[in-house]
Design a protein. Structure first.
Length: 265
């Protein structure tokens, strides 16, 4: 039986190869994690409608995406794709997104609310070996006020996992805004996901930075396979990727390993 995918520590919002290489220089290669290099693409940026993008300093021009990724073995190169398309239109968009990430793209994160699992299954068949991370945003996570239970979430996810349409999920109620991660409520979500899907990669995001990384140690003591991803708290005041904050975030991660925290594999 397969094991869970290799965990990663992620930085999302890269705009240049230079910044990727700088981050990789400070990334601790001895630990059993990859550096997830996240590049954002949306249906708006893909069609060149940059004026409609909420955070233009996070979305490179589509023709520049492939050049951002490197072939460094420590890098897990993922395009984070946001779209409202469904069915055949989504399938064609996913094909085009993969093409724009070549030659070093290794997978996609889908920031799409419940995409059709059959569409993703056929895409996975056509593109074997790609890592497919499904974001679970606030509206997809359990919510008592909406009558959406933990079991509802698990049942909705089951076709994706059983068909091999996704390899991972990312529990992320922040959507790149830097909103803090809710550690208490997310414990139950992660536990339910681990129990239901023993070979599914599971990641968490939400307000992560050098200051908040140590707060994850309680979760990682129980779930040492967790991946993490940071975006909003690693930006400058004018919303550019801040390499000083990236370096501090990765250093905090490394210090947790050195100090014997659950980050150590």
């Amino acid at each position: 039986m397969p094991g869970r995918p290799k965990p990663y520590v992620g930085v999302t919002g890269f705009m240049t190869r230079h910044d990727v290489e700088a981050a990789l220089t400070t990334f601790p290669s001895a630990i059993h994690f990859d550096l997830m290099v996240g590049v954002l693409v949306s249906h708006k940026s893909f069609r060149g409608d940059r004026d409609a993008i909420r955070w233009p300093n996070r979305y490179p021009c589509t023709e520049d995406v492939g050049g951002i990724f490197t072939d460094d073995p420590k890098a897990l190169n993922l395009i984070h794709f946001n779209s409202r398309a469904r069915g055949r239109e989504l399938f064609q968009q996913l094909q085009a997104v993969v093409d724009c990430g070549k030659p070093h793209i290794l997978g996609l994160q889908l920031n799409i609310v419940w995409p059709d699992p059959d569409t993703l299954f056929h895409f996975a068949v056509d593109y074997p070996g790609l890592r497919i991370v499904q974001q679970l945003n606030r509206g997809m996570l359990p919510n008592a006020e909406r009558g959406w239970s933990m079991q509802n979430m698990i049942d909705r996810l089951r076709p994706y996992v059983e068909q091999g349409a996704i390899t991972d999920v990312l529990v992320d109620a922040s959507g790149g805004t830097g909103k803090g991660f809710d550690f208490r409520s997310s414990f139950g979500v992660i536990d339910a996901l681990e129990t239901a899907f023993p070979y599914l990669g599971i990641g968490i995001a939400g307000g992560l930075c050098a200051k908040t990384v140590p707060e994850l140690e309680v979760l990682l003591a129980v779930f040492p396979f967790l991946s993490i991803d940071a975006e909003g708290k690693l930006r400058s005041g004018d919303d550019h990727l801040d390499l000083t904050k990236v370096e501090s975030y990765l250093a905090a991660f490394h210090n947790s390993c050195v100090n014997g925290s659950p980050f150590r594999h």
